[in-house]
Design a protein around this ligand. Structure first.
Ligand SMILES: *Cc1c(COP(=O)(O)O)cnc(C)c1O
Length: 462
C-alpha cells in the first residue's frame, strides 16, 4: 500500500484522514506518511521507507520508539489485565516519582515576595487561597488523567473552585489542549475579552478567557488592574512550544507567580510538553517558580494516553472525593499507561537527559549553519532542548511576531528532509523533538540532509 492510498482510504471514513489535525500535511502539501512501526529513533511507513523521527509522537518518546524497558513493563502490565476501574499500587508509585522529581527544585519562598492585595475590590472575592509561610513543595499530590487536555481543563476548574473566581488569563499562541475555554485566542491586545478561535465554542465561554500577548508584563499588569478580583488563574506554557518554540523572557514566569499571588489568583504552569523532557523536573527544573498547579502529559505516559496535574495538598484536596471540585475518568490511571509512564521515568536518568540535550544542540546548530550557508534569513529559537526555525531576521518573543515570518519556506525544506529520510513536524509552527535513542548514525543522516533542504528553503517562493 502507498501512503497516498492509505490517506485516500482514511479520508473516506476519518475527517481529513487524520485523528488529530497536527498530523495532516495541509501546510506542507502531499499525503501524510502512514506509519506501521518505530524502533529507536526511526519510524517506518506503509511503503517500507524508514525515517529518522524528529516528531517523537510530539514529545512523549524521550527514550525513542519501542524502548525495551518500557515495552517490557507494558507487556507485564497487559498480561495482568487491561483495566480495573479500581486503584492499583503502580499509580501511587507514579505519583511518588513525579513528586520526587519536582521536590528537587528550590522554589522561592511564597511568603516573602507576595504581599496580600491591598486592592479594596479584592475583598469581594471569596477567600484567596491560604499561603503558608512554610517552604511548600510545588507538588505534594498528583491526580492522574488520560490526556493533557483533561489535565489543563481540570487545573482550570480546580483554580476556579479554590478561588471562587471565573476569569482565566492565557497567552496568544499557547496551546493547552482543546477544551472550550482554552481555545480562545484573540490574538489582539490588552485584556481583550476573547472571541472563540474554534467554531462550536460559545462566546459566553470564550469570554471567560483573557488572551494576552506572551512575554508582555505590561499587558498582565493591565489585565489585573482592570479585572483583578475576578481572575482565578493565569495558565502559561512553562516555555511555549506550540507556536514553534518561544522561550519565556528571563524572569517572566517568576513575574507571573508574583502577580497572580499579589491578587489572590493562582499560577498554572503547563508542563504537558516540557515536563520531564527539558530536564528531570521539566522547565521548573531549569527555572523554578512558585507555581500553584502544574500539568503534565506526553513524557509522563511514555507514549501511552496518560497525563496528570499536581499541586500542594491544600489545593489538591479541593478535588472530589475530598472536595467540591468534580473530576473523574473511567480509564484514569490505566494500569498499562501507568506502567509505560513509570518505566519511562525510571529509565530517564542523567545520561538520557545529557544525550537528548547533546542531540538537540548538534541538530539545531547544524540547522542554523545550513540555513546561513544557503543565505536564508532565519533564527533558530531554543528553549532547553526544544527548538524550531523562525524564518525571520530576529527572534520573535510572542505570537504576533512569530506569525510575521516567511513560513512558505518551511514546506520545501520539510519535503527535502522527508525525501532524504528525515521526518520533521509537518508545520513551521511546531517544535522539533529528539530522543536519547538518536544515535550518531541517525544524527548524521539529519546533518547530511540539511544542506539540500536549506537550498530548497532558499529557492522557495510564496
Ligand atoms: C500537547 C499539549 C497539551 C494537550 O495534551 P493532549 O494530550 O494532546 O490533550 C496541553 N498543553 C500543552 C503545552 C501541550 O503541548
Amino acid at each position: 500500500m502507498s501512503n497516498q492510498t492509505a490517506f485516500d482510504e482514511a479520508s473516506t471514513v476519518i475527517p481529513g484522514g487524520v485523528n488529530s489535525p497536527v498530523r495532516a500535511f495541509r501546510s506542507v502539501g502531499g499525503a501524510p506518511r502512514f506509519l506501521v512501526s518505530g524502533h529507536g529513533s526511526y519510524v517506518v511507513d506503509v511503503e517500507g521507507r524508514e525515517y529518522v523521527d524528529l516528531v517523537c509522537s510530539w514529545g512523549p518518546l524521550l527514550l525513542g520508539h519501542a524502548h525495551p524497558q518500557v515495552l517490557d513493563a507494558v507487556h507485564q502490565a497487559v498480561s495482568r489485565g487491561l483495566s480495573f476501574g479500581a486503584s492499583t499500587p503502580a499509580e501511587t508509585e507514579l505519583a511518588e516519582a513525579v513528586i520526587a522529581r519536582l521536590a528537587r527544585i528550590e522554589v522561592p519562598d511564597r511568603s516573602s515576595s507576595q504581599p496580600r492585595s491591598t486592592d479594596p475590590r479584592s475583598g469581594a472575592a471569596p477567600q484567596a487561597p491560604e499561603r503558608a509561610s512554610r517552604d511548600a513543595a510545588v507538588v505534594e499530590q498528583v491526580r492522574l488523567v488520560s490526556t493533557g487536555t483533561e489535565a489543563t481543563m481540570t487545573a482550570i476548574r480546580l483554580a476556579r473552585g479554590v478561588t471562587g473566581r471565573s476569569l482565566v488569563i492565557k497567552f496568544a499562541g499557547h496551546y493547552h489542549g482543546h477544551s472550550d475555554g482554552l481555545l480562545a485566542d484573540a490574538g489582539s491586545g490588552l485584556a481583550t475579552l476573547a472571541l472563540p478561535s474554534s467554531a462550536g465554542v460559545p462566546a459566553e465561554i470564550a469570554a471567560q478567557t483573557l488572551v494576552l500577548p506572551y512575554n508582555d508584563r505590561a499587558a498582565v499588569e493591565a489585565a489585573f488592574a482592570e479585572f483583578g478580583p475576578r481572575i482565578a488563574a493565569i495558565i502559561v506554557e512553562a516555555a511555549s512550544a506550540n507556536m514553534g518554540v518561544v522561550a519565556p523572557q528571563p524572569g517572566f514566569n517568576a513575574f507571573l507567580a508574583q502577580t497572580t499571588h499579589a491578587h489572590g489568583a493562582l499560577l498554572i504552569v503547563d508542563e504537558v510538553l516540557t515536563g520531564f523532557r527539558v530536564s528531570p523536573a521539566g522547565w521548573l527544573g531549569l527555572e523554578p517558580v512558585a507555581a500553584d498547579i502544574v500539568t503534565f502529559g506526553k513524557v509522563i505516559g511514555g507514549g501511552m494516553p496518560l497525563a496528570a496535574l499536581g499541586a500542594r495538598r491544600e489545593i489538591m484536596e479541593h478535588l472530589a472525593p475530598l472536595g467540591p471540585v468534580y473530576q473523574a475518568g473511567t480509564l484514569s490511571g490505566n494500569p498499562v499507561a501507568v506502567a509505560a509512564g513509570l518505566a519511562t521515568l525510571q529509565a530517564a536518568d542523567a545520561a538520557v537527559y545529557a544525550r537528548v540535550d547533546a542531540v538537540a544542540a548538534t541538530i539545531s546548530t547544524a540547522v542554523d549553519d545550513a540555513l546561513s550557508a544557503a543565505g536564508v534569513e532565519h533564527v533558530v529559537s531554543r528553549a532547553g532542548n526544544l527548538f524550531s526555525i523562525q524564518f525571520r531576521p530576529a527572534l520573535a518573543r510572542d505570537y504576533a511576531g512569530v506569525q510575521r515570518q516567511e513560513a512558505f519556506r518551511y514546506g520545501p525544506f520539510f519535503h527535502a528532509m522527508l525525501d532524504a529520510g528525515v521526518s520533521l513536524p509537518p508545520s513551521a509552527y511546531e517544535a522539533w523533538f529528539v530522543s536519547a535513542a538518536h544515535d550518531d548514525a541517525a544524527v548524521s543522516r539529519v546533518l547530511d540532509a540539511l544542506p539540500a533542504a536549506a537550498r530548497a528553503a532558499a529557492a522557495a517562493r510564496p
